[in-house]
Design a protein around this ligand. Sequence first.
Ligand SMILES: Nc1nc2c(c(=O)[nH]1)N[C@H]1C(S)=C(S)[C@@H](COP(=O)(O)OP(=O)(O)OC[C@H]3O[C@@H](n4cnc5c(=O)[nH]c(N)nc54)[C@H](O)[C@@H]3O)O[C@H]1N2
Ligand SMILES: Nc1nc2c(c(=O)[nH]1)N[C@H]1C(S)=C(S)[C@@H](COP(=O)(O)OP(=O)(O)OC[C@H]3O[C@@H](n4cnc5c(=O)[nH]c(N)nc54)[C@H](O)[C@@H]3O)O[C@H]1N2
Ligand code: SF4
Ligand SMILES: [Mo]
Length: 729
Amino acid sequence: MKRIVHAACPHDCPDACGVLITVQDGRATKIQGDPRHPVTRGFLCAKVAKYLDRVYSPERVLYPMRRIAAKGPGEQRNFSPPGQPGAAVPTQAQVWRRISWDEALDEIASRFRAIANEYGSEAILPYSYGGTLGTINGSTMDRRFFHRLGASQLDRTICSAAGEAGLKSVLGVKLGTEPEQFRHSNYIIAWASNIHGNNVHLWPFIMEARRNGAKLVVIDPYRTRTAACADWYLPINPGTDAALALGMMHVIIGENLHDADYVAKYTLGFDQLRDKVKEYPPERVAQWTGIAASDIRKLAREYATTRPAVIRLNYGIQRSERGGMATRAVVMLPCITGSWKEVGGGLQMSLSEAVDLNSEALRRPDLMKTALGREGRTINMVKLGWALNTLNDPPVKALFVYNCNPASVCPEHNEVVRGLLRTDLFTVVHEQFFTDTTDYADIVLPATTFFEHKDLQKAYGHYYIQVSNQAIAPLGECRPNVEVFRVLAERMGFQEKCFHETVDEMIDLALDSTKKDPWMQGIDRERLEQEHVRFNFAASSSAGQPRAAVRTRSDEPFLPFANGNFRTASGKAELYNEALQAQGLDPVADFTPPTESRHGKNVNKLPLELLARKADNFLNSTFSNLPAVQEMEEPGLLEICATDAEARGIREGDRVRVFNGRGEMLLRARVDGKVQPGVVSAHLNWAKMTPGFQSINALTSEKLTDMGNSATFYSVLVEVERIQPNAKQ
Ligand SMILES: Nc1nc2c(c(=O)[nH]1)N[C@H]1C(S)=C(S)[C@@H](COP(=O)(O)OP(=O)(O)OC[C@H]3O[C@@H](n4cnc5c(=O)[nH]c(N)nc54)[C@H](O)[C@@H]3O)O[C@H]1N2
Ligand SMILES: Nc1nc2c(c(=O)[nH]1)N[C@H]1C(S)=C(S)[C@@H](COP(=O)(O)OP(=O)(O)OC[C@H]3O[C@@H](n4cnc5c(=O)[nH]c(N)nc54)[C@H](O)[C@@H]3O)O[C@H]1N2
Ligand code: SF4
Ligand SMILES: [Mo]
């Protein structure tokens, strides 16, 4: 029998595509985009278009496994014989022993109990991030479980916390211009935004605007595919965006190009901003950014006078030491030009706060008090290496990893690995694949993919919510996250009713918090299950607070801040934010070069700035191991400009060593003009796919950003040298 099931892509991507999965006799036979989705409109990115390869990969983890050999990378990748996709995966007998779920759960429960008795429950650390952004499998039963256990809490800051803090320091909320409106723009700035790679469903709207004469400007230190297609590409020195935004505002305010009426009605602190930007004349800004003063003037004038103008700001800007402030400065731009008023104006960074899906009820932080009588200690996920190697009182004795691959994606890779190698650390990894992190696991548990479980899916790049239906039965003995934490709670003897809730009950609970909202009336699970994607969240700008809504007319534009309605303490766009002062930051905005940059105050400075970027065809570390996806990437490259290559005697294709005080990586030089002098670039991959089992994160640091305690993947200094052809590795 053939059926077509509507699902939603749960990967950590702003697009949250509507997906159709064809199922024939219980097996998925086709994946395609759902043409009814108003934003993602029937196409998928290249990697997810190949998802059947991933679901039925012979490398899937299908059964619980127990380690019987020393921890560490090596031969552990678990291949089944070719030509038997989906078949039972034979274990590599020297590393793994297949065990039953009962055995696995018993061991986990007894180890957790013993550790909690000896060291206190906070010696147990959950570690998760963006494997699935499904509301239910992303953060519900797992949170309940670790709250009730009294485990250490994880501060999940590895991706976007600095940018969110910067955005909210001006707007008070994560809302912005919906993608559909980009088609109405006349001036589009892609600012630290790799649209072709990371947000491809925005592109058709941009193309529509360009066909009507819009100009696309790209600001990025790396010449992305988006930059290559731009009308105007401005390569900027990494970490200097705050200076550029302040310089643009210097010109805009100095030449009276701001919207005085909007500013007076809806912003706070314009006078302080006007004084502040006087310190940033284009000539001064040019020295930091590498962008000519004349170009800064031209950009500022064009942006302020071409209407409507929109900015797609993405997270690349905030993976830098001063990333919060950089975001803050850019977000001020539409607030002073008043472009929030216009259809096709404004700015988009994250749209994820249109509605609250009852997160307290879903995550139950109150259970921490049941366990500990207080809140548990919190550990920043960026500092995993430190937490495993240095933290005491209590030390981390057990680590439970799910939805995440820290041995690849975490900064200071060598420190992370040193911690994961500890023989006294009990590590459980719930995974779909034998990743870099399972190389250090004591127990691996098999996880379902989104084909094999149900979820509720919202988005951070548009305003639509979907139910993602289960298409096929779980392969092997795979279980969804929800199920794993449900059975573990049972093993631990947790009595609370919430541990018995089904996925449907949790979806209902998630939508429960929206019931009081008049704009969300009639939105419930049954309707989402049937009507798939016709509903969305949009905020009402006319009725005071923005709130969730059913979009009844597809041509209805959503202008969250057309009439102010900012969700800051003052209700205005805060160009001056008092709370920042308390954090030791400039309450308006300022620029200081990152310490770890060519302009910074770093002692023993190395000469090159490394962009440890994402791959266009992987999703962080996910997909790196799939042959069909690998073919679309060229892994193992260090991109370097001709001047820097020549100065080091490096030619195209040479093997090179990239290093700093934290580690090194062996790569192949690509002299291709994608980066400017002083900047080199390489991308994230599974460590075990590289010579020496190194992640590019061997070079990145645990240093945190100015706001939000986020990671600084793009503030990294390195040196590069050619490896002599006959040198031993
Ligand atoms: N194909 C693909 N899609 C993805 C992902 C993936 O790995 N692959 N990852 C997903 C995730 S988790 C996220 S958070 C989003 C992130 O998507 P983006 O926010 O787009 O994040 P990045 O790719 O980190 O950075 C975007 C661009 O910023 C540039 N950049 C780096 N430093 C600076 C700087 O100092 N200034 C400026 N102006 N630009 C800078 C980078 O070169 C990059 O091209 O994408 C998601 N989508
Ligand atoms: N150098 C460098 N490092 C980076 C970045 C960078 O740009 N450069 N980007 C950073 C960013 S923005 C982010 S968001 C992080 C992302 O870091 P992670 O959240 O670790 O992202 P992934 O690498 O995609 O790994 C997710 C893992 O979850 C697994 N998974 C998927 N679905 C499920 C599920 O339903 N259940 C379970 N149990 N597992 C599942 C996948 O198989 C995959 O191995 O990486 C960060 N690291
Ligand atoms: S990864 Fe992003 S673009 Fe690709 S299918 Fe998923 S949501 Fe769509
Ligand atoms: Mo991310």
